[in-house]
Design a protein around this ligand. Sequence first.
Ligand code: PEP
Ligand code: MN
Length: 262
Amino acid sequence: MMAPTRDRLNEIFESRDKFLFIAGPCAVEDLNQMEQSARKMTSLGVPVLRSEIFKPRTNPDYFQGVGISGLEILKRVKKETGILVITEVLDIRYLEDVLKVADIIQVGSRNSQNFSLLREVGNIDKPVLIKRGFGNTIDELIQSTRYISREGNDRIMVVERGIRTFEHSVRFTLDVAAIPVLKERLDYPVLVDPSHPAGRRKYVVPLALAATAAGADGLMVEVHPDPPRAKSDSEQQLSFDEFSALVAKVKSLLPLVGKRLL
Ligand code: PEP
Ligand code: MN
């Protein structure tokens, strides 16, 4: 019998021969969308569902996420499928409530140097996924992880998600070189989010494959049951079929980099 997913997740911290998929919608919209996503991800062997209830949006008029009430949706999908859920915390005041449900706490790109938030998540008993600030150097990201680890939490994953450069053909520039550099300098899993740098669906798969070939320990991918109708980032979210095809391609690359799916 397969170990419970929570124990399985710890394997990503113990050795670098595992590959973790985290996938699901950009944002939680409603129960039906999340149930469909959780079932699909479970059927593909994806252990962690993106379950974002608070969305950091540049434009305050845009969809800001369903908010704390979304925790009920997360509880339901966890109970129904056994999948683990990750969600970003934007405001320390919600951390305690989110911790009752979320299996991994996400610190987003914009909060990568929110030092009081980093100290708070350093004191929790759950893994933390921290994304690189899109204006931050690799060294600054490493210093941010130290704010977490010095409080005692060393279950940290770091994510390269693209940085701001002069290049505007894509949404952000995926820094592929950050993968080997971070792996050399940190003893934490290094994941890549190919969705936000791509900005458009057609670029997501090539970036994901490049990251896998460069030795990433996992991918965090935006996948939606009906991407054109998504309330946020609709242009970059993969359909279920597109994501299934990506999983198959990544699986075939993993032996080349000495990894297997978690
Ligand atoms: C996200 O992954 O939900 C997100 C908001 O991405 P980022 O923080 O990298 O912009
Ligand atoms: Mn998004």
